[in-house]
Design a protein around this ligand. Structure first.
Ligand code: NAD
Ligand code: ZN
Length: 346
């Protein structure tokens, strides 16, 4: 707690190379809050508030890159992201694009960036996605109707400031949904065929911290916020070294068809995953009950045939995690009827 006070020191290092400006991407929730007084914003620096009502898009990231280029005229020593997964992903992508030609969409995929980005610092204000530890930055490409990350070693933050004071203001439901992303990353990784000792070690430790937090009476106590912040980082590290499983592809389906946000989408899906993760689903429900968290219901009521088809297509397109979870022949398990029946339970 209080480590945000060290940010000024952290930023001395990149300034040694000549550039002096720092651009801060801060979640719009903090616009007008006293967190801004705790950031060492100087005369050469800019603060940009990120509207996180919707998840990041490639067009949105391109617009931020143009704005930074215009306002700072090449004088960028560091990019600092302060927020949840959406803001962290935005700042990672902008940092990369400041040192690489072209647009965000050019780099959606794996290992496409030729140059490292600008020095980047991640400061999570919401725990769970592991975006602070991962090598991806997830963006929606509206033109191609595709949600895909900029996966690269250059997408990893150079430094992190993990300060649990910053998560004190997170609304309860959001805290639970995003925190559960860690739980789900780890159970998916552990149940997959790509598992290995290193990813498993991160997963086991992160799960143990999640159980401490979500089976306790006060999931948002100072101690539990500290635990969940570390769990998130470890969960991100686990998944950065392995793959997710059945939950994330179904959640991506909800996201493509209904624009459901990542973390609440995962929770909706998890509640319908008895066939695949029976023990974990029981524990998930126990945590939800203990924390008295509601879940949206009947999310797939009254769909057209075209929408059912979209749901199916945008789920089974995620071959890597589905092969990890169910094997090469996953389409014989996830038939169109079975997928529809699973969505209908949500
Ligand atoms: P988010 O960044 O979308 O924010 C959710 C809400 O919480 C917003 O309304 C925001 O204003 C609010 N918020 C954030 N911090 C707050 C605070 N301290 N107090 C009060 N409100 C606060 O949420 P998220 O769940 O952390 O991130 C989801 C995003 O992360 C998605 O875009 C998803 O694609 C991405 N993601 C990325 C990775 C990765 O490895 N890069 C992994 C999983 C998910
Ligand atoms: Zn996730």
């Amino acid at each position: 707690a209080g480590t945000i006070g060290a940010l000024g020191d952290v930023l001395q290092e990149p300034k040694k190379n000549g550039a002096t400006g720092v651009v801060y991407f801060v979640d719009h929730f903090f616009n007008g809050s006293d967190l801004l007084d705790r950031l060492p914003v100087g005369a050469d620096d800019h603060v940009i508030f990120v509207d996180t009502t919707d998840e990041p898009t490639t067009d949105g990231v391109d617009a931020y890159v143009d704005q930074v280029k215009q306002q700072m005229d090449g004088n960028v020593a560091a990019v600092v992201g302060v927020g949840g997964g959406a803001t962290l992903d935005t700042s990672k992508a902008v940092s990369n694009l400041l040192n690489n030609p072209g647009k965000a969409a050019d780099y959606q995929g794996w290992d496409l960036l030729p140059n490292p980005g600008v020095f980047k610092v991640g400061i999570p204000t919401l725990s769970g996605t592991g975006a602070e530890g991962s090598r991806t930055s997830v963006m929606m490409n509206q033109e191609k109707n595709l949600k895909l990350g900029m996966n690269s070693d250059y997408t990893v933050f150079d430094r992190l400031v993990l300060d649990p004071d910053l998560t004190a203001s997170v609304p309860r439901d959001q805290y639970f949904y995003t925190g559960m992303d860690t739980y789900i990353h780890c159970i998916e990784s552990l149940a997959g065929s790509y598992k290995h000792a290193m990813a498993d070690a991160y997963s086991h430790q992160a799960l143990s911290l999640c159980r401490d937090v979500f089976l306790s009476d006060d999931m948002q106590s100072q101690e539990n916020r500290e635990k969940l912040m570390i769990a998130s980082y470890m969960g991100g590290s686990a998944i950065g070294n392995s793959f997710v499983g059945v939950v994330h592809p179904f959640s991506a389906g909800l996201s493509m068809v209904f624009h459901t946000h990542h973390c609440v989408g995962n929770c909706i899906v998890m509640n319908a995953m008895d066939d695949f993760y029976a023990t974990e689903v029981k524990e998930f429900r126990q945590m939800m009950e203990r924390q008295d968290i509601p879940l949206p219901e009947n999310v797939c009521g009254n769909l057209t045939n075209a929408q059912w088809q979209d749901l199916y297509d945008s789920t089974v397109v995620h071959e890597k995690p589905l092969i990890n979870a169910l094997g090469d022949d996953f389409k014989s398990i996830l038939t169109p009827d079975r997928v529809r029946e699973i969505f209908a339970r949500m």
